[in-house]
Design a protein around this ligand. Structure first.
Ligand code: ZN
Length: 305
C-alpha cells in the first residue's frame, strides 16, 4: 500500500484566515484529537509577530504541547529568519517558509523582492540546520497570482533551484489563490522536478474553485506523497463567499482511503473532531461533503483491499 502523508494545516492556514481567535484549550483539543485519529503531521501555527497575527500568538505553547503527542510530526510556518529562530527555540520538528513565485505578491506581502527573499531563506535554513530542524520551502502563488495573473513555470523552476542552493531540503507547490487546474498541476510538477528532483514532495491546495480533489489526484499521479488539507476546509476565501479554504481534510481522507492508499487516518474519528471546531468557532462555516453524506456502505471493504 502506498503511504500518503496528509498534513493538517487548519490550525495555521485555517485559523490565520479568520478573525476569531480560537482559545488555546480548543486548539490543543483539536490537535490532540486529530493526532488520536491518526493524523501524522500538523502545522500547529505560524511564527509571525503576534502584533500582526494575534490568532497565532500562542504558537510556541502549541508546539510544546504537540511535541508531547506520540508519533506526531510538529511543523510550523516561519515568515523569515527571526521566525525560524523562534521556531527552533519552541522545539518544532520542521518548519516551512513561504516563497512567493509572484514577485509583486512577495513585495506587497512581505516587502521583499526575490533576491531579498532568497537571502532570508538562506539565513533561515542556516538557523534550522544548526537547530537540527527540517527546513522546507513553500513555493506559493505557483499556479497564478491575484495581482500578476499567470506565473511562469520556468520562473518557478528557476526560483526552486535557487532556494535549494540556499538550503531548502524539501518543496511544496502552493496554490495559494485557488488558480490551479489538474493539467497545470501535472505540467508544473514535471517542470519543478526537472530542477529540484524528489525534493518536491508536497502540494498545498486551496479549494476556492472546487478543483482541490481533482488537483490532488493529478499530483498523486505525478508521484506527490504529501498533501496539505484543513479540517472543515476552515478559512474560506475572503474573495469568494461560500468557497472553502484549503482542501477539506475529511473529503481528502475519504478519497485516499477508499482508493486503497494508506493515510493511517481513521475517517470516522476525524469527522468527530469537527465538533471541537463547531463549539469553539460558533458561526464559522465548515465545509466538506463527507461529513454530511458519511462514508459509502462498502467503505471499510474498500480500505481493506
Ligand atoms: Zn494556504
Amino acid at each position: 500500500m502506498t503511504r500518503i502523508l496528509v498534513s493538517e494545516v487548519g490550525p495555521r492556514d485555517g485559523l490565520q484566515s479568520i478573525s476569531t481567535v480560537m482559545p488555546l484549550a480548543a486548539k490543543k483539543a483539536w490537535i490532540a484529537a486529530e493526532a488520536a485519529a491518526g493524523v501524522r503531521e500538523i502545522e500547529v501555527g505560524s511564527f509571525v509577530p503576534p502584533s500582526l497575527l494575534p490568532q497565532m500568538a500562542d504558537t510556541p505553547e502549541l508546539v510544546r504541547f504537540a511535541r508531547t503527542l506520540p508519533g506526531l510530526n510538529v511543523v510550523a510556518l516561519v515568515p523569515n529568519a527571526k521566525g525560524a529562530a523562534r521556531a527552533v527555540e519552541a522545539g518544532v520538528h520542521g518548519m516551512s517558509i513561504p516563497f512567493s513565485m509572484s514577485e509583486t505578491h512577495s513585495i506587497r506581502n512581505v516587502r521583499k523582492d526575490h533576491p531579498a527573499m532568497l537571502a532570508e531563506i538562506r539565513a533561515a535554513a542556516a538557523i534550522a540546520r544548526e537547530g537540527g530542524v527540517h527546513f522546507a520551502v513553500g513555493l506559493s502563488t505557483a499556479f497564478g497570482c491575484t495581482l500578476e495573473g499567470a506565473v511562469s513555470p520556468d520562473a518557478v523552476a528557476r526560483l526552486a533551484e535557487a532556494a535549494a542552493e540556499a538550503g531548502a531540503l524539501e518543496f511544496s507547490l502552493s496554490d495559494t489563490t485557488g488558480y490551479a487546474d489538474p493539467a497545470q498541476v501535472r505540467r508544473l510538477i514535471r517542470k519543478v522536478r526537472s530542477a529540484v528532483g524528489d525534493m518536491l514532495t508536497t502540494l498545498h491546495l486551496h479549494n476556492t474553485r472546487g478543483l482541490g480533489l481533482a488537483n490532488a489526484l493529478a499530483g498523486l499521479d505525478e508521484g506527490i506523497t504529501t498533501l496539505d488539507a484543513s479540517l472543515g476546509g476552515l478559512g474560506g476565501c475572503p474573495y469568494a463567499p461560500g468557497a472553502s479554504g484549503n482542501l477539506v481534510t475529511e473529503d481528502l481522507v475519504l478519497m485516499l482511503n477508499s482508493m486503497g492508499l494508506d493515510t493511517g487516518i481513521d475517517l470516522e474519528k476525524l469527522i468527530e473532531v469537527r465538533t471541537i471546531l463547531k463549539d469553539a468557532l460558533p458561526g464559522e462555516p465548515l465545509y466538506g461533503f463527507t461529513p454530511d453524506a458519511g462514508p459509502m456502505l462498502d467503505y471499510h471493504e474498500r480500505i481493506a483491499q
